[in-house]
Design a protein around this ligand. Structure first.
Ligand SMILES: Nc1ncnc2c1ncn2[C@@H]1O[C@H](COP(=O)(O)OP(=O)(O)O)[C@@H](O)[C@H]1O
Ligand SMILES: [Mg+2]
Ligand SMILES: [Zn+2]
Length: 506
C-alpha cells in the first residue's frame, strides 16, 4: 500500500517541503530500500526506524518496502526524517487509516521508540507555515523552538506511540503554547554592563559611535587595558533585538544545533570570540554538513577577533565577503548554502609583539624592526574596512579602584537608539539601514558638510595620503557622530572627531 507523509529539508535558514512516499508491496521477499538522494544520516534512518518499531511491537518488515523522498533530485540530510518515515510505514502497513494532509512531521527516533530533538526545527516550522501546513508534529524537546513561529499549531511528543495515538484520535488536542515575547525578553539579559568599565573615554566613545552607526571597530592597546571588557559590552549598548532579528539569529543557532530548550532562544545579541587559531571552516562555516560558522552565529551581534594580527592571513581574507555582503555562501558537493553573516566586527591587538609599547608601567622589549614589521600588518584590505581605530591605554590597578563607575549601558543605549531612529528615517526607502553601509551615492546625498569642514577633511586626506575608501569612511563616521549630536549637518567638530579615529596607521 502507498502512503504520503510531509516533512521538510533545511536549506540555509529556510526549509523546503519534502514528501515522504512509502510503498509496501504485498508480494516479494523482505527488503527496505530508500531512494531520493538520501545522505548518510537519512540512510541510517532505516536502521533506527526498524529497531524503534520492532521494540514497540510493530512488525511490518516481512514485505518489500520502498521509501522515496521527493523531490528526488535534492540531497536529503538530517535525522529528522525518522518520524515521517515511521508514520509512512505504519500507514502503508495498514495500521493507520490516513495521515491528515495538513500535518508536517520532523523528529529523530531512538531505538526504544522515543523521540529525540533535532537541529533546524525553527527553519522547518517557518517553512511549514509558509507552505500552508496547519499542524507541526515534533519531539517535545523541540516544541518551544517550533512554537516561536506564529500561525502554525505545534504538538510535541516524547515517543512514537504518543504520536500514533494523536493521529488515531483525530489530531485533536491543545497545541503547545509559548509566550515568545516573554521568553525572548527573559533571555535578553547580558550579565555585564558598561558601567563596569572605568575611564577609557576614547574607547567607550568609539564603542558608542560603532553601535550607533553599526561601524566596525579596532582597538589597539596593551594586555589588561580592558579591550576584551569593552568588546563584550558592545551588545549591551545596541538596541534590543527586534522579534524579527531574534528569530533570524535563533534560526542560525537552530541549524548549528545550539538550541536545546526555550532557554537557548536568542533574546540577547550574540557575542562570538573565535580564537586566533580558528580555521576557515570554524569562522566562515562548512564541514560536510555545511553548518554555519562564527560569522553567521554572530549575526545581529558582535564578532570579536582578539589578537587580530595573529589570525592567519587567509582566514582574515575570507572575512571580506561577509563584511561586504552581510551573508556568506558555503559551497560543497552538489549545492551551495547561504547564511546571514550580519555582524559588527570588533578587533583588538597589542601595540607591539611584546604588548607593552607605550605602556606606563611596563617596558617594551621589542626592537624597532620588530615593531615596524608588526605594525606593517596593520595595513591591509581588512583594516581598511574598519571605520574606527582607537588606542586603549592601560589604567593602573591602584588608580582603577579610586575611579568612579562608568556610565551605564542603559544610558549609552538610549543615545544609540535615537541615532538608529534618525537612520531609519534617512534610509526609509533603501536597504542601507545604517550610516556605515551607505552607498557612494548616499554618501554624496547625506554627508553634506560646510566649506570649512570639507577643507579640514581634504587637508588631512592630503597630509596622510588617505585612500578614497578611508576618506569615505571618515565621512560615514562623521555622519554618525553628527546623528549622536542630533545635527542634520556634518560640522567641523564631527569631522575632527572622526579623523581622530583613523590615524593609527595612516
Ligand atoms: N578600564 C577598566 N575598568 C575596570 N576594570 C578594568 C579596566 N581595564 C582593565 N580592567 C580589569 O582588567 C581585566 C583585564 O581586562 P581585559 O579586558 O581582559 O584586557 P585586554 O583585553 O585589553 O587584555 C578586566 O577583567 C578588569 O578586571
Ligand atoms: Mg583581551
Ligand atoms: Zn614591545
Amino acid at each position: 500500500m502507498f502512503s504520503k507523509v510531509f516533512s521538510a529539508l533545511v536549506n540555509g535558514i529556510d526549509a523546503d517541503i519534502v514528501e515522504v512516499e512509502t510503498d509496501i508491496s504485498s508480494v516479494g521477499l523482505p527488503s527496505f530500500s530508500m531512494v531520493g538522494l538520501a545522505e548518510t544520516a537519512v540512510r541510517e534512518s532505516r536502521d533506527r526506524v526498524k529497531a524503534a518499531m520492532k521494540n514497540i511491537g510493530i512488525n511490518i518488515f516481512s514485505h518489500p518496502i520502498t521509501i522515496n523522498l521527493a523531490p528526488a533530485d535534492i540531497k536529503k540530510e538530517g535525522t529528522h526524517f525518522d518520524l515521517p518515515i515511521a508514520i509512512g510505514l505504519v500507514c502503508s502497513g495498514g495500521m493507520l487509516k490516513d495521515v491528515p494532509k495538513d500535518c508536517l512531521f520532523a523528529g529523530e527516533l531512538s531505538l526504544d521508540g522515543g523521540l529525540r530533538g533535532v537541529t533546524g526545527i525553527l527553519p522547518i516550522a517557518a517553512g511549514a507555515k509558509k507552505a500552508g501546513f496547519s499542524k507541526l508534529i515534533v519531539p517535545s524537546d523541540n516544541a518551544d523552538e517550533a512554537a516561536v513561529i506564529d500561525g502554525i499549531d505545534v504538538f510535541g511528543f516524547d515517543d512514537f506511540s504518543s504520536v500514533l495515538k494523536f493521529i488515531t484520535d483525530g489530531c485533536a488536542g491543545a497545541a503547545h503554547v509559548l509566550d515568545r515575547e516573554k521568553i525572548f525578553n527573559n533571555n535578553s539579559i547580558y550579565g555585564v554592563d558598561f558601567s563596569d568599565v572605568k575611564g577609557q573615554f576614547a574607547a567607550r566613545r568609539c564603542a558608542e559611535i560603532a553601535a550607533a552607526g553599526m561601524h566596525n571597530l579596532f582597538m589597539l592597546g596593551s594586555p589588561g587595558s580592558g579591550k576584551t571588557m569593552i568588546a563584550r559590552r558592545i551588545p549591551t549598548i545596541m538596541p534590543a533585538m527586534t522579534l524579527e532579528e531574534a528569530i533570524e539569529t535563533t534560526k542560525i543557532h537552530s541549524v548549528a544545533g545550539l538550541i536545546r530548550s526555550g532557554r537557548d532562544l536568542a533574546g540577547s545579541r550574540p557575542f562570538l570570540a573565535p580564537h586566533h587559531t580558528s580555521s576557515n571552516i570554524a569562522l566562515i562555516g562548512g564541514t560536510s554538513k555545511a553548518t554555519p560558522g562564527q560569522v553567521s552565529m554572530a549575526s545581529n551581534g558582535v564578532l570579536f577577533l582578539d589578537e587580530f594580527l595573529e589570525f592567519n592571513r587567509s582566514v582574515l581574507e575570507t572575512l571580506r565577503q561577509p563584511l561586504e555582503d552581510r551573508h556568506v555562501t558555503i559551497a560543497r558537493a552538489g549545492r551551495t548554502v547561504t547564511y546571514p553573516a550580519n555582524f559588527m566586527l570588533v578587533a583588538a591587538a597589542n601595540p607591539c609583539p611584546c604588548g607593552y609599547l607605550g605602556d606606563k608601567q611596563r617596558e617594551c622589549k621589542c626592537t624597532a624592526s620588530q615593531i615596524q614589521k608588526y605594525r606593517g600588518r596593520l595595513s591591509g584590505p581588512l583594516m581598511d574596512r574598519i571605520d574606527l581605530h582607537v588606542e586603549v591605554a592601560s589604567v593602573d590597578i591602584s588608580e582603577l579602584s579610586a575611579m568612579n563607575d562608568g556610565e551605564s549601558s542603559d544610558a549609552v543605549r538610549s543615545r544609540v537608539v535615537k541615532a538608529h531612529e534618525i537612520q531609519k528615517k534617512r534610509f526609509h526607502s533603501s536597504k542601507t539601514g545604517y550610516n556605515s553601509r551607505m552607498t557612494e551615492k548616499e554618501v554624496k546625498k547625506f554627508c553634506v558638510t560646510d566649506a570649512a569642514s570639507l577643507k579640514i577633511l581634504e587637508t588631512a586626506a592630503r597630509k596622510y595620503s588617505m585612500s578614497a575608501r578611508a576618506y569615505t569612511k571618515i565621512l560615514k563616521t562623521s555622519r554618525t557622530i553628527a546623528d549622536l549630536d542630533s545635527s542634520d549637518e556634518i560640522r567641523s567638530k564631527h569631522i575632527l572627531e572622526a579623523l581622530q579615529y583613523r590615524l593609527i596607521q595612516e
